[in-house]
Design a protein around this ligand. Structure first.
Ligand code: SF4
Length: 256
């Protein structure tokens, strides 16, 4: 056994989740990409339209989707919510994180991943050398299921088109599916997350469009409930593959 490698992986993993400072080369997303903090968000444009869209047009399309979501009553969750949660982030994101649905904090604020699981996702994003405003964060369901129960098939069927349209507009290079529900839904499979995570899959966003790479990993809410070294190491390994696929350097971390 390569003890040095094991120790290094352990240190990386510990630092990954413990509020370390980043040092070294850092990660520079494509220089031509402009950061856009506008919270997006409706008509589904044709593929050729999307390719020629400027950031402002993409943001406006995402804004229209958000407006539709706010008005939506297609499933019973629409009458139970405090706020709908369409998703937010850069219309030009290279990475889209997709979870299963809003929780209590998200329902209260109308924003995705703002509770404890969201704070852990923020750490993951930061550990990757990225800012939350550089990625897009959304969910399969746009309204909170009662008591955070699992999404039901009819709810997913009614809601999925919003996310599909967001993906078409943003056209990210990689989708990171957080947890079993997101991964199974986007990959149309019933396999367990343990089999899906750790490898790239392909998500097809439309006929004639090249597939988008999809990395499945554990949901940060699952990580909080099962905060073992092994699970944290697995998520970190998954994210390192995402960074490598994007041609981004893996940040060096320091506790200093
Ligand atoms: S969960 Fe989705 S389909 Fe159901 S009411 Fe909310 S936005 Fe509409």
């Amino acid at each position: 056994m390569d003890i040095d490698k094991v120790v290094r992986q352990h240190l990386e993993m510990e630092q990954f989740f413990s509020g370390f400072a980043l040092k070294g080369k850092g990660i520079s997303p494509e220089p031509q990409r402009q950061e856009n903090n506008h919270v997006p968000t409706v008509r589904c444009p044709a593929e050729s339209e999307v390719e020629g869209m400027a950031d402002a047009e993409k943001a406006a399309e995402l804004e229209r989707i958000a407006e539709e979501v706010h008005q939506c009553r297609k499933c019973p969750l629409g009458s139970l919510r405090t706020n709908s949660v369409p998703g937010e982030g850069s219309p030009n994101a290279r990475i889209m994180f997709v979870g299963e649905g809003p929780g209590a904090d998200e329902d209260a604020q109308g924003r995705p991943f703002v509770g404890r699981a969201g704070q852990l996702l923020d750490k993951v994003i930061k550990a990757c050398g990225l800012k939350r405003s550089e990625v897009f964060i959304g969910n399969i369901l746009k309204c909170r299921p009662p008591e955070n129960r699992d999404p039901r098939a009819d709810e997913i069927i009614n809601c999925l088109s919003y996310l599909q349209r967001q993906i078409e507009i943003i056209n990210p290079e990689i989708i990171v599916a957080l947890g079993a529900h997101a991964a199974r839904t986007l990959l149309n499979t019933t396999k367990p997350i343990g089999q899906l995570r750790g490898q790239f899959h392909e998500y097809y966003s439309g006929i004639g469009r090249p597939p988008i790479k999809l990395m499945a990993t554990y949901h940060t809410a699952y990580l909080l409930r099962n905060y073992s070294q092994e699970n944290r190491r697995r998520v970190w390994e998954d994210m390192k593959k995402v960074l490598t696929e994007l041609g981004l350097s893996i940040p060096e971390h320091s506790t200093g």
